[in-house]
Design a protein around this ligand. Sequence first.
Ligand code: NAD
Length: 522
Amino acid sequence: MTLTPVQLTRPASTTDAFLRQLVARVPGGSPWHLTEVYTGQLLVELPQSTPDDIERAFVKSRAAQRKWAATPVRERLAVFKRAHTIFVDNARTVTDLIQVESGKNRLMAIEESCDPPMVMSHYLKRAAKLLAPTRRGGPVPMLTSSTEIRQPKGVVGIIAPWNFPFATGISDAIPALMAGNGVVLKPDNKTALSPLYGVQMLEEAGLPEGLFQVVCGEGPDVGPTLIDNADYVMFTGSTATGKVIGERAGRNLIGCCLELGGKNPMIVLADADMPEAVQGAIFGAFGNTGQICMHIERIYLPESRYDEFKTAYLRKTRDLDVRAAYEFGPEMGSLVSVDHMRRVKSHVDDAVAKGATVLCGGRPRPDLGPAFFEPTILEGVTKDMLCGVTETFGPVVALHKYRTVDEAVELANDTDYGLNASVWGSDITAARAVAARIESGNVNINDILATAYAAKGTPSGGFKNSGVGARHGDQGLLKYTDVQNMAVLKKQVMGPRPGQDPDKYVTSMLSGLKMMRRFRIR
Ligand code: NAD
């Protein structure tokens, strides 16, 4: 294969001066070379934060957080109303940054730029209610009350991956900040630019300076100090790293939310609309170059419709427009790095060595860019192959046949992961019944992932090895708070009065319990 150097002009917004200004807020020295994925050329030198830098970032955020927590919720939310407009107005610049640092295609990048505004919109409607004190009954009617008060945790440490750097870095910070917390974010080195721009836009909207800090470095270098200084950790990344983070958070007795990997199945039922299922599977396997935690790596098809699906799917996959461009057009871009491309290739090579068949794709494409890999469909994948059991996280998908729906459900559940699943069928009631049997935090019917992920009012998280806790929904904000139970007793009536016969006290207490039950007093 001949290697044609990729000739590309970087998006106009990504000037050297702009990129240097973005990374200037990262404390540290000994820079890391952040490169343009499509060409491998240096974009900017990214400072690497030392443990001292990270501790200082927490001190700064904590100082700003005390004032922020004392700011009325209404005023805190006003910052995000302004931020929503700023984020939407600058979506194209965000898209440019996401593209240069991740190599994804433009459509995917602009869709990612929309995630933080969607999260802001949702919590702008919901946060005031969730954060308002809730008065509950006390143990003695009329004389006692208990109020549930939501206090911010303090400073939240967020560790984000490279596949959706802007969405995971900024969207997960929004409810934490609304709840009155400070944030120290550690993005992946490869993709620090778009989250840094997100912080800049939040400050432009009025977020107090210092409240939202960004530190950079390799995970094992930065992680321990970050977790040891945080009051809560929000982590998105691989299951292996999630276990390391969860262990350390547990030792420090702080809470954590872990959003981890998947090996997500798609079940096509016999009555599915096949053209729609095929189109869905194109996005499911190859959207974001197969680097979406909720994307599809296993497709289960009824024997009766296997060939029909396979023929149409292969044709569409072979026709995909795969290339490097900063314009709309390509349907698939690059993988994030040459290292990751090699990992994806190793999964395909391992499968082939153990007997799988490559129906299409299967090769790196250095002629398109250093980290390009062809959209790949495999047949005959088994559980003794790497890609049969672990997440490949690239544009590689395996087709499987099933005889009965029970068998399809069993195969779909035969995994340690449980992040997302997709069920396709015309009879929605029947499809729902199948979906309910899948051990997965998200199940989309007649869609791959967007319907569940964009439903910001519903918590989204993983079962089994795919995570702990959830983002979105009420719990996506409340997890960043501690509950304070503020109880008031207007007159001291509890316990025996001085000199009271203990038997009489017990009798009156027990009859009081019955009365409270009868009148439904809690
Ligand atoms: P990763 O676990 O290697 O890294 C994620 C982040 O953790 C990076 O910022 C990295 O620098 C940091 N990190 C690595 N080791 C660390 C350590 N010991 N201590 C602290 N931080 C550490 O994952 P990745 O390869 O960057 O991202 C891809 C993975 O993320 C995939 O498994 C994907 O499924 C998952 N993901 C999950 C979701 C979700 O919502 N469930 C969303 C996006 C990505």
